[in-house]
Ligand binder design. Structure first.
Ligand code: KMT
Ligand code: NI
Length: 173
């Protein structure tokens, strides 16, 4: 049974509801692929997928207390609601974490990602990231074009990427 604090939290603007892949794909335009991450260099399917997506750049990020001296500060930045001018594309090689993305009612949807999950958060979507109770994720950051990772914290409602996103995914509030 839920205790009172959990019941209240579901009505909190900050509560993020866990969702399935199908629901987020339809509602917020997030895309998902499963990738076999054990031998990426020689994985023809992954290389084909990257070609199809137009990936031109990739690097690796490890988020954990031991890999980041400023882990807590970094998490605060990742968990602050923001958008980007470009798609945020991540492949989890190891570990796990949560991506939250706003739905058409401006509520948070929560996607738990783990090893082998490749997700794309559309440009202009408000989102945030945090680790789970394991405090460890090792991910590949993928990019189309010149990598610009700049987060634009909410409100960024006049940004061209936001306007473009809203044309495809209008708000229902
Ligand atoms: C970002 O931009 O939010 C990050 O790179 C952190 C998530 S990567 C698993
Ligand atoms: Ni982001």
């Amino acid at each position: 049974m839920l205790d009172d604090s959990e019941v209240v939290s579901q009505f909190d603007r900050n509560y993020a509801r866990p969702v399935s892949e199908g629901e987020v794909r339809e509602k917020v335009g997030l895309t998902y692929h499963h990738v076999n991450v054990d031998d990426l260099e020689h994985d023809d399917e992954f290389n084909k997928l990257k070609k199809e997506m137009g990936i031109t750049y990739q690097d690796n990020v490890v988020i954990s207390p031991s890999s980041m001296p400023n882990y807590e500060d970094k998490l605060k930045i990742f968990f602050c609601e923001h958008l980007h001018a470009d798609d945020e594309i991540r492949l989890v090689k190891d570990g796990s974490g949560y991506f939250d993305i706003r739905d058409d009612h401006d509520n948070w949807l929560r996607i738990w990602v783990q090893k082998g999950d490749l997700i794309t958060l559309p440009a202009g979507s408000y989102h945030r990231f945090t680790t789970d109770d394991k405090h460890f994720i090792n991910a590949i950051r993928l990019f189309v074009g010149d990598p610009v990772w700049t987060p634009l914290n909410r409100p960024a409602d006049d940004h061209f990427s936001r306007l473009e996103y809203l044309r495809k995914h209008p708000l229902n509030v």
